[in-house]
Design a protein around this ligand. Structure first.
Ligand code: NAD
Ligand code: UDP
Length: 337
């Protein structure tokens, strides 16, 4: 049986010294990355204040956290009025993760996504400003759109369709970055922006409109359903295991040299989607057929991070390879399906 408490404890050991006793606000705390981040911070001894409206998050992700005395949870929308208790607290760190993140959701909830990343970002920044807290915004590789430079460094400005199906996400994350930098420049707020590249692992949703490619392929393979490859599957992605992503985010939050910086965090190991389908089939020993479906509009043909900056600034690089990360993820899905 897969047991994430071991991975959480290992990560927490690396960060205990810096986070023990600190007050940390995490928006999107019931989501995939937000719940991992919260668990690691809780285990490291921080007082964690989680906000989530369960738009795409799940109560089961925070079940263990809710049992701890150092976890304080508020069901609230980051783009609306925030709970009094949260506004009264005095935080050391604010991590803003709240936003729906799957391409299927972009079609169904564009306005909500725009609000989470713009109004929501401003609301979280205001809390950080009042507290003189350190602020971290979770941006995305999507801000690069369909990049002409791959692997893509932070200095690349992006090639984004502003009216396309993904634009609600791409453009609102871009504005979220802009608002973050405006607080940094106008108020001298200590901010950091992480551009997250495709990250996967236990706790991802596979159901309905929430599923991204890894959980979809894994559950399809485990249940003997066809594996749905979009297009010819020649498009590439580079998949980062969740513990590597969380370590990168925490290192970025802590680095004394990263104020006002933006950093790519992702795994530079690029693979085609058809390659991923075959790998998942192999690792699950599945008989599922591979089925081809139309490629959605504006689906980036290549995505791979240049992580030179993360290496130099944070001394960070991924430790978990795709096979190993997929094995853990598959084991977790076997336990919950
Ligand atoms: P997720 O959907 O699992 O988590 C997002 C969480 O935010 C959910 O719990 C959801 O209920 C909550 N939320 C959404 N809108 C909200 C609102 N208005 N108010 C309060 N809570 C709200 O997705 P995730 O993969 O954990 O993504 C977390 C963050 O990382 C997002 O900002 C996302 O854009 C970013 N990101 C993730 C990836 C990835 O590969 N997982 C890649 C790039 C960027
Ligand atoms: N994809 C696929 N089959 C699926 C889901 C996704 O082939 O069932 C493809 C999708 O077209 C994209 C890649 O997998 O090229 C990654 O999709 P995901 O939804 O995980 O996020 P994206 O990286 O596009 O934001």
């Amino acid at each position: 049986m897969y047991d994430e408490t071991k991975e959480v404890a290992e990560l927490a050991r690396e960060f205990r010294e810096e986070f023990e006793g600190k007050k940390v606000l995490v928006s999107g705390a019931a989501g995939f990355l937000g719940s991992w981040l919260s668990d690691v911070l809780l285990e490291a001894g921080a007082e964690v204040y989680g906000i989530d409206n369960f738009a795409s998050g799940l109560r089961r992700n925070i079940e263990n956290a809710l049992k701890r005395e150092n976890f304080h949870f508020y069901e609230a929308d980051v783009s609306k009025e925030l709970p009094e208790e949260v506004l009264r607290e005095d935080f050391d760190f604010v991590f803003h993760l709240a936003s729906r993140a799957s391409p299927f959701e972009f079609e169904h909830y564009p306005l909500e996504i725009i609000e989470s990343n713009t109004i929501g970002t401003r609301n979280m920044l205001e809390i950080a400003r009042r507290n003189e807290a350190r602020f971290l915004f979770t941006s995305t590789s999507e801000i690069y759109g369909q990049p002409k430079v791959v692997p893509t460094p932070e200095t690349y400005w992006g090639y984004v369709n502003p009216i396309g199906i993904r634009s609600c996400y791409d453009e609102s994350k871009r504005l979220g970055e802009t608002i973050t930098m405006a607080y940094h420049r106008q108020y001298g707020l200590d901010t950091r922006i992480v551009r997250i590249f495709n990250t996967y692992g236990p706790r991802m949703r596979a159901d309905g409109i929430y599923g991204r490619v890894v959980p979809r392929f894994v559950t399809q393979a485990l249940t003997g359903k066809p594996i749905t490859v979009f297009g010819e599957g020649k498009q590439t992605r580079s998949f980062c295991y969740v513990t590597d992503q969380i370590r990168g985010i925490l290192k970025l939050a802590l680095s004394e040299r990263a104020s006002g910086e933006v950093v790519n965090i992702g795994n530079p190991d690029e693979i085609t989607i058809i390659g991923l389908a075959h790998l998942v089939k192999e690792l699950t020993a599945s008989q599922s057929p591979i089925e081809f479906h139309p490629l959605p509009p504006d689906d980036p043909p290549r995505r791979c991070p240049d992580i030179t900056k993360a290496r130099n600034l944070l001394n960070w690089e991924p430790r978990v390879g795709l096979r190993e990360g997929l094995e853990k993820t598959i084991e977790w899905f076997r336990g919950v399906l």
